[in-house]
Design a protein around this ligand. Structure first.
Ligand code: AMP
Ligand code: SF4
Length: 431
């Protein structure tokens, strides 16, 4: 998963990009890159504040940026990617994943393309460069060929373009700021810097921002399939998708989880921060008081992609408050279980802190299938629910009971049906 940001005709483009990317930092912590006027590029591994330091800022009015979430990669693999094409110089920032990228790469290799990185995002640049016609129509043709999954920003000296695939799998928003426009993966990152008149880039649409104004071109429509995992885990709680607050949707997931699984317990404990909104909903629906039984140390790094010493990291990150837990029947609520290791450690921590019973409630269905559309979950055999049923997972994590939200409960909480739920039901929609 990644976050993308763009600015067009805005004073202090550097600082605006920095602030918007900081607002998207939760979408990627491995690397940061920006490209501004004159294609000046700053890239580095790590967090926004470490890479985009003030001593590197210069005057600029336009640019694009990217925060990346992935386990490996060299500096060449840090986005945005740049290319000199016969139609001019371009920079591209991509959020999403092209599921049949290998097929495209083989095809483009046969036509003589030379790839500079391992990023599937380069496919767009090659297609644009090889198409006949002017630059804008070449971009539109390229997008028509690749149905998913992308939210894309393209920077050229005459325009900034923002595009979303015809299914609208990944989010993208833009709004007015200063004399120009700012674009970002989530509306909360725009709101935080005072962007106004925020709109969604519609699925299958590219918007060109130029000095003359804005031009929208619809290039495809496949029926919306917005990623339900953005609602469940990925996005910030203060974001909105499909005119719905992420926090409120998570709250409803928690309420629905209790309705489907009424249980008696003494205290509801959220796994901070991702399980908080859902735990609040669960507590409200059940009448079981919510309390902070696990404190989170924000300064400990991510545990999701560090398999080697995960137990140590999770234990440092989540510290039990024994006075809340000792002698109690605890229901611990989290947004999801992927490989199952985090929850196994959490149950252990709660038991060591004296919990009488530990029940685990997850406000999404079991993740049984891998994602091909841009969320780095895991391969099928690493997914605990890909290999085991709920009863077995309960034993693996050593809980007294384990319950998930049903798929219909999830849809009910989101109140929209135009969703991708492929990681829960295996119904993919790519060729
Ligand atoms: P696991 O130990 O693999 O089951 O990790 C599950 C935990 O990671 C849950 O607490 C989720 O909040 C979080 N999580 C779920 N999906 C992702 C993801 N794609 N990337 C990072 N963390 C995730
Ligand atoms: Fe989102 Fe799951 Fe669909 Fe991937 S498969 S896009 S994570 S809902």
């Amino acid at each position: 998963m990644c976050g993308i940001a763009g600015v067009w005709n805005v004073k202090d483009a550097f600082s605006v990009l920095h602030d918007v990317l900081l607002g998207l930092q939760h979408r990627g912590q491995e690397s940061v890159g920006i490209v501004v006027d004159g294609f000046k590029t700053i890239k580095g591994k790590g967090l926004v504040d470490t890479v985009l330091t003030e001593d590197k800022w210069e005057d600029a009015e336009k640019g694009i940026g990217h925060v990346r979430y992935s386990t490996a990669g060299s500096l060449e693999d840090i986005q945005p990617i740049l290319a000199f094409t016969k139609k001019g110089r371009l920079a591209v920032a991509h959020n999403g994943n092209i599921p049949n990228a290998d097929k495209w790469i083989d095809l483009l290799h046969e036509k003589g393309a030379v790839f500079q990185s391992t990023l599937d995002s380069e496919i767009f640049l090659h297609l644009i460069s090889m198409n006949e016609g002017d630059l804008k129509s070449s971009i539109v043709k390229a997008l028509k060929k690749v149905p998913l999954a992308y939210s894309l920003l393209i920077l050229h000296e005459d325009f900034l373009a923002a595009a979303r695939d015809p299914y609208g799998v990944r989010p993208l928003f833009y709004g007015r700021f200063d004399e120009g426009v700012v674009v970002a993966s989530e509306d909360s990152a725009l709101r935080a810097i005072g962007v106004e008149e925020i709109e969604e880039v519609p699925p299958g649409t590219i918007v060109f921002f130029t000095t003359e104004g804005e031009e929208r071109i619809k290039f495809g429509s496949r029926g919306k399939k917005f990623c339900s995992f953005e609602f469940i885990y990925f996005a910030r709680p203060d974001s909105h998708f499909m005119s719905q607050s992420v926090h409120i949707v998570r709250y409803r997931m928690g309420e629905e989880l209790f309705r489907e699984n009424p249980i008696e317990a003494d205290v509801v404990v959220p796994v901070l921060d991702s399980g908080l909104s859902g735990a609040m909903g669960f507590s409200n629906a059940s009448g079981i008081p919510l309390d902070i039984g696990l404190m989170r140390n924000r300064y400990v790094g991510r545990s999701f992609i560090m398999p080697a010493n995960r137990e140590k990291i999770v234990k440092k990150k989540l510290v039990p408050i024994e006075d809340v837990i000792r002698g109690k029947r605890v229901v611990v609520i989290d947004d999801s279980i992927v490989r199952g290791t985090t929850m196994g450690i959490i149950v252990k921590i709660l038991r060591e802190a004296g919990a009488k019973e530990v029940h685990v409630g997850i406000h999404s269905p079991p993740v049984r299938y891998p994602c091909f559309y841009g969320i780095d979950t895991a391969r099928k055999k690493e997914l605990v629910a890909g290999e085991h049923d709920v009863e077995e997972i309960k034993k693996i994590v050593n809980a007294d009971s384990l319950f998930y939200l049903s798929l219909s409960g999830l849809k009910k909480a989101i109140r929209r049906s135009e969703l991708c739920v492929a990681c829960f039901n295996g119904e993919y929609f790519h060729e």
